[in-house]
Design a protein around this ligand. Sequence first.
Ligand code: A3P
Length: 296
Amino acid sequence: MPGAFKKHAEAIYNMEVRPDDVWVITFPRSGTTWTQEMVWLLENNLDYETSKEKPLYERFPMIEITSMIPDIAFELIKTNFMNLGNFQGLSEAVRHASWSTVEKYSSPRFIKTHLPLSLLPPNLLNTAKVVYVARDPRDVVVSYYYLHKMVGKSLLRANFSHFWEAFRRDLLPWTPIVSHTNEAWVQRDHPNMHFIFYEDMIKDLVGEVHRMSQFLNRKYSEECIINLSQYLSFDNLRKNKNVNNTTTEGKDAVQFIRKGEAGGWRSHFDEKMEIQAEEFLMEKLKGLSLSYPSFQ
Ligand code: A3P
């Protein structure tokens, strides 16, 4: 994490969790945005109108951004890590420096974070509902690479093999990924934890919307669930400016909602990287009950 995180880590760890909070926790590029929109709509009587009017980053703020502004943002700019101008959610958040921290938001709060459970308030799970989304790290690293092409400055010059090297050595923000996911996985049977895989959302979105609505104790007709699933389809969300955090333009511009595939990593990894990835996963998963549906 950028060094400024240290200054805020304690405040985040000690923040007050409310019983009516809903948190979405992920490693970056695991389907966070997709899940946030699903959760927000299920929790807000399918209020498509407000979701159209208000950007997702306002309805469902990210704790790192709201708590650490301006430190983290400025540090990222200073180190040339990010070009905020290309990242709608972040640049808007920085511009609205008057934004209060998540702590001051009125209830019910919807909170996004990429921090692992161990850096969050210890009473989180016993107090509020938590959704964790996991994704095959090989697809995550490809997606993360394209995010950096969209927002990065110095990293624009990095090719995928440089990026992969940094990822597998746990040098990128929010890494390491497997322990991040494992911390939630071991809590998957906790009544306040809903643990899902991105790959399962790709396979059966209607089923996942059903299961999410049950977890949130929200009852909807079959027709509503099907309509919501259609609304959440890749093509539809990609067109949605309030959800697809993309401001770069032009035919080669990288989109925040980019490909939406499971297994797309195959076209980015050469043989050596594929072997490295297998070793990386075997090593990190050793002794854990966690396994990825796409890596058995
Ligand atoms: P890709 O870059 O592999 O396409 P996050 O919101 O955590 O940053 O995750 C972004 C990833 O989720 C991107 O993956 C994005 O395309 C994918 N995604 C977002 N909405 C999606 C949808 N409706 N269907 C499938 N994938 C989606």
